[in-house]
Ligand binder design. Structure first.
Ligand SMILES: [Zn+2]
Length: 367
């Protein structure tokens, strides 16, 4: 029975005890109840061993252990739940900085940043998270900042964690806004994204339904008046995904930018990406000269940091691949010829660098 208890508490391959012990809100409860639970389990094991040999594993979960498991389930909240919390960026502007690693059961695919703008007439959420349940967590965190309802959600791109939480916010009465180029991308990839998420998030992906935005922004530059605030929207034909759109708050000099800016971690060029449009979007950022940038991924940033971690790398990669295409190098020789050393400091560089280089090469070949 002791074995069964250990299996319950740490045998779950999706559980991450090291991280949750430090960060989980259930930690004091674990400290109190785990020793008690282990003692009870040990005593029960001894009794069982005396009585008979237990061969059916299912029996382990019956009787006293079943009761014990039920008690533990009540007293030990799932310690691997991700925390969502918004920090102040500027007057009325907040950001949740998500994890920089891959999507996981523990982080509920909230491995991206989420923005929040509080107006006198309601809150504007910048991106809705990857699932219905992660959207619920985002909403709970919003409520700690403002009693205003979330009246608008702006999806800054077509990737899962930018919009698959839309369904939840629609149930809260929010209007869903995105660039017109995002919608066909969402339509094409939403089902695959949800299937991939379900494989990782299991029951935490339940109830999620891909819900497309209903208010579409056309063109490169647009302006939205929401709750008495002016939001300037900027689009340059895509970037990480075709519908990437940036939100600029001129009064606060804050830029909230979808996946145009990555800091601390390496950006990801995917088949839907367009690195030429991406760098054109970055030129917009240079011209705006924001005081604060909420990147798509990574910590709250300055323009200098955004330039170093996003534009410098991408500029160098494009220049290298253009030269390679012009000189007739094949793709593998071109990938090898890129001097990656200055960018190995970025998280996830080893995994992402080869794909980024080869996709950029293929794009330049088409140009
Ligand atoms: Zn992303």
């Amino acid at each position: 029975m002791a074995f069964a208890l250990v299996a319950h508490s740490s045998g779950d391959p999706l559980h991450n005890p090291g991280k949750s012990a430090a960060a989980g809100s259930g930690w004091p409860a674990r400290r109190l109840f785990l020793p008690l639970a282990r003692l009870l389990a040990r005593k029960a094991t001894q009794r069982h061993a005396r009585a008979r040999l237990i061969t059916d594993r299912r029996e382990l979960c019956r009787g006293r252990l079943g009761l014990l498991s039920a008690l533990l389930a009540v007293f030990i909240p799932h310690a691997s739940a991700v925390e969502v919390s918004f920090s102040r960026v500027s007057e009325g502007v907040y950001a949740h900085i998500g994890e920089t690693g891959a999507r996981s059961y523990d982080n509920q695919a909230l491995n991206a940043n989420i923005g929040l703008i509080v107006t006198p007439a309601g809150a504007v959420l910048i991106d809705s998270g990857a699932t219905f349940q992660s959207a619920q967590k985002i909403h709970a965190a919003v409520k700690k900042i403002t009693p205003q309802p979330v009246r608008w959600v702006i999806n800054t791109g077509g990737q899962d964690h930018r919009w698959l939480g839309n369904g939840y916010f629609a149930t809260q009465g929010a209007e869903l806004i995105a660039h017109a180029k995002a919608r066909p991308d969402m339509q094409a990839r939403g089902g695959d994204h949800l299937a991939a998420l379900t494989a990782v998030l299991k029951e935490r992906a339940k109830v999620t339904v891909p819900m497309l935005p209903t208010r579409l922004i056309d063109g490169d530059d647009a302006s939205l008046e929401l709750g008495g605030m002016t939001l300037a929207l900027r689009h340059r034909g895509g970037g990480h995904t075709p519908g990437d759109m940036m939100v600029w708050l001129p009064a606060q000099k804050v830029l909230l930018r979808g996946d145009i800016v990555y800091v601390e971690r390496m950006l990801s060029v995917i088949p839907e990406s367009n690195t030429r449009a991406w760098l054109a979007a970055f030129e917009v950022i240079e011209a705006l000269s924001p005081q604060h940038i909420v990147p798509g991924h990574g910590k709250l940033s300055t323009l200098a940091l955004a330039r170093a971690d996003t534009a410098d790398y991408q500029g160098a990669l494009r220049a290298n691949m253009k030269k390679s295409v012009d000189e007739g190098l094949d793709v593998s020789a071109a990938v090898r010829s890129f001097d990656a050393a200055p960018y190995n400091r970025l998280l996830n560089a080893a995994e992402l660098m080869p794909g980024n280089a080869s996709r950029t090469y293929l794009e330049l070949e088409r140009e």
